[in-house]
Design a protein around this ligand. Structure first.
Ligand SMILES: Cc1cc2nc3c(=O)[nH]c(=O)nc-3n(C[C@H](O)[C@H](O)[C@H](O)COP(=O)(O)O)c2cc1C
Length: 182
């Protein structure tokens, strides 16, 4: 797939099934992730990969967090099964530091770019993915369970797998609508 076709036709895929990205595909996806613009070359990223039993562990973390939030039983059960919506979930963490020239926001943006690059790489490989966040991305109990520090922020849970169906390609939109000349 050429680069412009990728950029102009990329879309998310919420219905994902086995197989998950294999080792070679996962390496390509992660290599693309760390190719992104990165002010100061700080590499402010960590990618926590959940597959197989790891999805159960991530589900348990969500379940505990939902319980601590005081959610009702239905949501607690839903939280436990959320990671099972794909055969692989990569938690993308912005590993931020205080820096004289690179504000934390820029480090988080770099991690967000990594999330986007990963989804694009998956798409280009014929895989599917969807970038999700939700309350759990901002929940301190989830952060602690994943071993994150106070400075860290989850920028996304990237659900990856094989598209369950051939979804129709969404029509393109006119980017000039959102632009103006100064
Ligand atoms: C930072 C971020 C967080 C998102 N969180 C969610 C989410 O929690 N749940 C969801 O359904 N979509 C979420 N989305 C949107 C989807 O990733 C996706 O972009 C959207 O469903 C539109 O599909 P498309 O990418 O094919 O245009 C998020 C997107 C971004 C950039």
């Amino acid at each position: 797939m050429d680069a412009l076709t990728l950029l102009l036709t990329r879309q998310s895929c919420p219905r994902l099934v086995d197989p998950a990205p294999n080792d070679t595909e996962l390496k390509t996806i992660l290599d693309a992730a760390i190719r992104v613009p990165d002010h100061g070359a700080l590499s402010p990223f960590e990618f926590i990969i959940a597959t197989g039993d790891g999805l159960d562990r991530l589900g348990s973390i969500f379940e505990s967090a939902a319980r601590e939030q005081g959610a009702d039983d239905a949501f607690i059960a839903k939280a436990a099964s959320m990671p099972k919506r794909a055969p692989m979930v990569v938690t993308i963490v912005a590993k931020c530091q205080e820096h004289p020239k690179v504000p934390v926001l820029e480090q988080q943006i770099a991690a967000g770019c990594a999330a986007m690059a990963m989804q694009q790489a998956a798409f280009a490989l014929g895989l599917g993915g969807i970038w999700r966040t939700g309350d759990f991305a901002f929940d301190r109990a989830v952060h602690q369970a994943l071993g994150l520090t106070e400075m860290d922020q989850i920028v996304g849970f990237l659900y990856l797998g094989t598209p369950a169906v051939d979804a129709p390609v969404k029509p393109g939109r006119d980017g000039m609508q959102y632009a103006r000349y100064l």
